[in-house]
Design a protein around this ligand. Sequence first.
Ligand SMILES: Nc1ncnc2c1ncn2[C@@H]1O[C@H](COP(=O)(O)OP(=O)(O)O)[C@@H](O)[C@H]1O
Ligand SMILES: [Mg+2]
Length: 316
Amino acid sequence: MRLAAFFVAAIALLLAVVSFVLYFSFAANISSNVEGNFASEQAQNAFVARTVHHLRSEILLVDGAILVLVSGAGFLLARRTLRPIQRNLEAQKRFISNASHDLRTPLAVMKANLEIAQRYGAAADDRDIAVSSSLEEVDRMGRMVEDMLTLSRIDARQEELQFSVVDLSELLARIVEKMRPLAAGDAVGLDVVAAADLNARCDADHLQRALMNVVRNAIQHSPSGSTVEIGAARVRDRVEVAIHDRGPGIDGDDLPHIFEPYYRGDETRSPGRGNSGLGLAITWWIVEQHDGTIDVSSAPGVGTTVMVSLPLAGPS
Ligand SMILES: Nc1ncnc2c1ncn2[C@@H]1O[C@H](COP(=O)(O)OP(=O)(O)O)[C@@H](O)[C@H]1O
Ligand SMILES: [Mg+2]
């Protein structure tokens, strides 16, 4: 609001100066140009007065119209400029409250574990449980902090990719092996069907991370006993990777926002403990850096399919 008002005031001042200059120079022009064409001096003066009056009202009218237009445009412009900043601020606020909550929980669990180990440490069994549970929490926190760092590097344009030709079917096989323990822990099956020789120019580490975020989401939202299906096929000069789960799907209200940093659907708070809401934002950036696209289709109650399309490496 203040920005818009300032803008309008500056324009008004400029208009006033221009109008005064125009008014006085025209008025002087009129009185010097009409000389001699009138029967009497009185008639001439009356004509000049009328014309100058006319001129004044016209200038005022045009000024008024310009001011109204400029105020409207200024207000709209200010709102448009500020909206992304405001949204960013809200997202950061949301993140700070989520992150402090989510970092406090693993810390509390670890503290309890350490106390158990200290008190009953003589029994090897208790100690082992306490240690492995703490290690899990450390992994969770590590992933959150890693995501936060990556996103700030992306924002600062410091995250760099190194491209080489990579076989995506091998990359997918690697991802699935890495995700098996998580899937097994949730009693979720993992199926991959990938065509051979899907060579793409990509940064293998980053692309692996991008796809792993999607696969992790699929596993975390899958009901136990169901299977996450991953398929990769060549479609013309691109490769399409589809990741399908039979989870609860994504709410229509959430769908437009899931790629925003820090955004998390409400119902994921429990399955996604240790999730920062940054996964898909990072995935989006990585896919974009590969000239790829990512689409999500989801039907509540039926499941979610995430489709990533990447250009294949041309014959070199
Ligand atoms: N396969 C899926 N099924 C249901 N909801 C999903 C799925 N993938 C993503 N989402 C929704 O998108 C949100 C953002 O995902 P993401 O960026 O990975 O954040 P996080 O997993 O840390 O919550 C999730 O909080 C969840 O609401
Ligand atoms: Mg996630």
